[in-house]
Ligand binder design. Sequence first.
Ligand code: MRU
Length: 351
Amino acid sequence: MEFQSRIKTIEWVDTYSKMVDQTVIPYEYKFVNITGGQEMFDAIRNMIVRGAPAIGIAGAHGVILFAQELAKETSDRAEFIKKLIEKAGYMKTSRPTAVNLMWAVDKQIELIKSSNADINGIIEELKQNAIKLENEDIEINKKIGDYGAEVVPKGATILTHCNAGALATVGYGTALGVVRSAYAKDNTVQVFADETRPRQQGARITTFELAMDGIPVTLITDGMCSYFMKKRMIDMVVVGADRIAANGDTANKIGTYTVAIAAKYHNIPFYVAAPLSTIDISIKSGAEIPIEERSHDEVTHINGKPVCPLKGVNIINPGFDVTPHELITGIITEKGILRPDFNKSIREAYE
Ligand code: MRU
C-alpha cells in the first residue's frame, strides 16, 4: 500500500499562491492566498510558509507575483527583465539558511534570462516552471521515503526534530516521507517528535500531520531525547535539512546537533533526509552556512505570554545549527542513501 499524505502545503492557482498558514497550526488548519511579491517575501520571513523545500516553491511563486506586478508598470521587455531579476534577488533574502529558496528562485532567474517570449509569455513560462517544481517535489519526496524505508528496522521507533514533513514541502515530506513509506510497509513503526523550541514545529506541526495520517506519534520535549536513547526506546533518528555542505555538514533546526551528539553516544543511527536541491556544493563545510538569527520574542514568549523576566535577561536566538558530518550515518536523497565519505558520495550523486 502507498501511504499518502492528504496535505498539499503550497500550490500555484491561476494568478496567486495558495498555502497552508503554518502560524496557526494546530489551533486552525486554514489556507491563505498570497497575491503580491512583497506579501510573499513577508510570508516566508514570518513563516506562514516554512521548511526548506516549501520556501523554495514559495520563492518561485514570489517571482511570478513580482512579474505580474511589473507587467502592469511597464511594457518595455528589457526593463521588465532587469527589474524582475532584481526583485528575484530580493526574494532570495527573505530567509538566509535554507538553500532551496535560492535554488528555486535561481531556476526562475535562469528561465527569465533564457526566454525568448514576450512579457506575458515569460509570466506563463514562470508559472509552468513553478508547477513543474511543485510536482517534482512530491515525486522526489516519495523516492526519498522509499529509499529511507529500507533502513528502518521492523517496529522501529524513529526520533525526529522540527518538522520535515508534508508541511515543510509541497507534500509527503522528507524525514516524515521516510516515516510514511516505512509505515506503509510496517504499521508497527512509530515516531517520537521533539517539541523543537522555540517555535515548536515538532509539537505544533509534526504531531499534527502524523496524527492526521493516523501514524503513532509521541511528543517529547527537546531535553528528553538522551533519556529515551539510554532506555533503548529510540532505534534511529531521521531529520530534514536546510543546507548541506559538500562535506556532508548539515544545517537543520536548532537542537538537531544536540540530538546527533546524543545519538552518536548511544550508538543510534542518525540519518538526514533531503533532496539534492538542499545540497550546496559551492561550500566546502558547514562553517560557511549562514545561520538565521530570529526575533528574541520567540524565546521570551510562548503564545504571547512571557516565560522569563523581560528585563535584565540577555537573549540569543539562532534558528539553525550545523551537525558535523562525522555524526551522520547517511543522507537519504532521491538518488539513494549517500554514505561517508560524503565529499565523494555527494559528488557522485551529481554525476
Ligand atoms: O525554521 P523552519 O521551520 O523553516 O525550519 C525547518 C527545518 O529546520 C526543517 O527540518 C528543514 O527545513 C527540512 S524541511 C523538509
